[in-house]
Design a protein around this ligand. Structure first.
Ligand code: 1CP
Length: 345
């Protein structure tokens, strides 16, 4: 008998007291077995080798017994596959060869054709073949705003000044840029879902830098178009520092809203309303605290999440590179062992 993954039940607000757990950036730098596999291969190259992608995706599932695998890739992979010049520099992040500075560059931004990424479908099928039936495979993509921020700034940014200036000064060009990025992300997600991804997460990691009015008019409609393209699977919508945007983000066409550590989940759910599950939100910085402190904070997260109509346990953002993998394993065990009783309180 195959059991429906608890993550899918939670997204459908039908989990009862079961509590699924996975971690953003669970596949990656905190694992020695990841560093061993990646040795000598550039980040973007590793994302295009199905054997490597399957292995890296499965590593945290084997080690931590998390309830979901997240496809090992990067939000910049579909842009690179479309032909945008970029590199992912170790210790920095994405770096764009020719950052967008002119309207012409927006007009010339290439499309992504599914035929350009046969390896993505192959990787997803390979993961599904190895993943136990009670665990879910999550596909993902970057949301148009977060992708635009890299293309316009040229790399990671603290204030997104050029991006916000473009959005405010030339909304028509901004909408053209985000419309194109929405199509690229939608294609990337569609290929993953068609190959077997059972849920998706749209990462709008940096949307929290925006005022709600700008988010509502210039960002949300584009993210909504991406979501509409994969409406046949549960969708998770995540950003950092989005306390003021949570309700708007729930309106993009999503079943689950990802919440960072700044807003307790009961309050987040109150802001979002009864029709959405929440995901989160232990502060990743706490992973270096003594175990009893982590355990108490995790219990607080579980109790607050029990007040929402559905809850997927996660961190408030990605696993830090310095995290001790054994702490993550212990955290998964705590969520599984204590979660049901805490939810029933
Ligand atoms: O050499 C390396 O190991 C590079 C580090 C690394 C890794 C492991 C990068 C560079 N990307 C990834 C993988 C990755 N990226 C995953 C894998 C699956 C998992 O979660 O385990 C995912 C989901 C992403 C998505 C991603 N990339 C996001 C959204 C998630 C988030 O953290 O908010 C973002 C913003 C990126 C851009 C990016 N890629 C890499 C870095 C260091 C960054 C962030 C740079 C910045 O601060 O702007």
């Amino acid at each position: 008998m195959t059991q429906k993954p608890t993550l899918l039940a939670a997204a459908a607000r039908e989990q009862g007291n079961a509590l699924p757990v996975w971690f953003m950036r669970q596949a990656g730098r905190s694992l020695p077995e990841y560093r061993a596999v990646r040795e000598g291969t550039a980040m973007l190259d590793s994302c295009r080798r199905p054997e490597m992608v399957v292995e890296i995706t499965m590593q945290p599932v084997r080690r931590h017994d998390v309830d979901a695998a997240i496809f090992f890739s990067d939000i910049m992979v579909p842009l690179a596959a479309a032909g945008v010049g970029l590199e992912i520099k170790a210790g920095v992040g994405p770096v764009i060869t020719d950052p967008i500075r002119t309207a012409q560059q927006v007009h010339e931004l290439p499309e992504l054709h599914p035929e350009a990424i046969p390896d993505i479908a192959e990787s997803i099928r390979g993961i599904r073949a190895e993943l136990p039936a009670d665990k879910a495979l999550i596909g993902f993509a970057g949301a148009p705003f977060t992708l635009a921020s890299y293309l316009v700034e040229g790399g990671p940014s603290k204030d997104y000044a050029r991006t916000k200036a473009l959005m405010a000064a030339d909304p028509v060009l901004w909408d053209e840029l985000c419309g194109k990025l929405a199509r690229i992300s939608a294609t990337f997600l569609r290929v993953q879902v068609d190959a077997g991804a059972q849920a998706i997460q749209l990462f709008d990691s940096w949307a929290g830098s925006l005022a709600p009015m700008d988010y509502a008019t210039r960002v949300l409609p584009h993210s909504g178009r991406v979501m509409a393209h994969v409406a046949d699977v549960p969708r998770i919508h995540f950003g950092v520092g989005t306390g003021e945007l949570l309700r708007l983000m729930s309106q993009a066409g999503t079943e689950v809203v990802g919440v960072d550590w700044r807003v307790p989940l009961d309050e987040a759910s109150r802001r979002i309303g009864p029709l959405h599950a929440v995901q989160g939100n232990l502060d990743p910085a706490l992973l270096t605290a003594p175990w009893e402190v982590i355990a108490e904070r995790a219990r607080d997260v579980i109790r607050a999440g029990a007040k929402a109509p559905g809850h997927i346990f996660n961190l408030g953002h990605g696993v830090p590179a310095t995290a001790d993998p054994d702490v993550l394993t212990r955290l998964v065990a705590l969520v599984h062992e204590e979660g049901p009783a805490l939810r029933a309180e």
